[in-house]
Design a protein around this ligand. Structure first.
Ligand code: UDP
Ligand code: MN
Length: 274
């Protein structure tokens, strides 16, 4: 039975990140997610991409890049670099859901992850760079206007130690690393594809159990070129990719080719007919 008061949520503030959101959405569908799929978009996202998103997601919701509450708005004008960060915080306004799982648009689901809804706010996996901090690319949260307001206030008062949502959320949910082990998601729910793991035997032992891969960092899957005939990304000039990196990238592109490109084609054709 689908659960209609819980949702997987992602965010895209432009048409480029929409490609990631579409691949993520298709990967959730491919693995039979039983919760609603929601994508938050900002006004810059084109109407074409909104139509395509609506073929994959149950809800395409527009949010503002800056909150209109005057005091918060004023505080943020002094910290323009936090604009995109603030946008992610808008996921707490989805109060028509009782619980949600947020996934960055640069994540890809490899298996069914419905069991994440057994967790409570605020659950996340350790960051590979500093394991006492969580990585904010995958987290379980409970929508609440009160929490949303507190987060905005915290952002305006304290900023973010890394200039982005991860620093802000880590200082807001600061007891994460010590208070409750149930709020530590296993690392297989947010395995970064491009981290050179210094604990190789652990990666060999557990890496194949990964359920969510996260393409964190500046080089995203959509920056590569892909050869659909060989089913692999071109590595020319990109430096050597490790085997697991290459296979995750190839899977992202395969999902894009099979599940997302055909949507662009049908939506464009429908547009020509009308
Ligand atoms: N994001 C977006 N537009 C941007 C930058 C970020 O929509 O210009 C959203 C998107 O969902 C993305 C998330 O914010 O996955 C976090 O950014 P990113 O994944 O680039 O950060 P990283 O995981 O590499 O630290
Ligand atoms: Mn990310």
């Amino acid at each position: 039975m689908p659960v209609s008061d819980q949702a997987f949520v992602t965010l895209a503030t432009n048409d480029i990140y929409c490609q990631g959101a579409l691949v993520l959405g298709q990967s959730l569908r491919n693995h039979r997610a039983t919760r609603r799929l929601v994508v938050l978009v900002t006004p810059q996202v084109s109407s074409l991409l909104r139509v395509i998103l609506s073929r994959v997601f149950d809800e395409v919701l527009e949010v503002k890049q800056l909150d209109s509450a005057d005091d918060v708005h004023l505080a943020f004008l002094k910290r323009p670099e936090l604009g995109v960060t603030l946008t992610k915080l808008h996921c707490w306004t989805l109060t028509h859901y009782s619980k949600c799982v947020f996934l960055d648009a640069d994540t890809l689901v490899l298996a069914n992850i419905d069991e994440l809804f057994d967790r409570t706010e605020f659950s996340a996996a350790p960051d590979p760079g500093w394991p006492d901090c969580f990585n904010s690319g995958v987290f379980v949260f409970q929508p609440s206007l009160e929490t949303h307001g507190l987060l905005l206030r915290h952002a305006a008062d304290h900023g973010s130690f890394d200039g982005a949502d991860q620093g802000l959320l880590n200082s807001f949910f600061s007891s994460w690393s010590t208070a409750d082990i149930h709020k530590h998601l296993p690392f297989i729910y947010n395995l970064s594809s491009n981290t050179a793991y210094t604990y190789g035997p652990a990666f060999r032992q557990f890496g194949s159990r990964a359920k969510v891969v996260h393409f964190l960092g500046s080089r995203k899957p959509w920056h590569y070129t892909y050869n659909p005939e060989t089913g692999s990304v071109c590595t020319d000039g990109a430096g050597a990719l490790s085997q697991h990196q290459a296979s995750f990238l190839n899977l992202w592109w395969k999902t894009f080719h099979r599940g997302v490109l055909p949507l662009y084609e049908t939506v464009l054709e429908e547009g020509e007919q009308t």
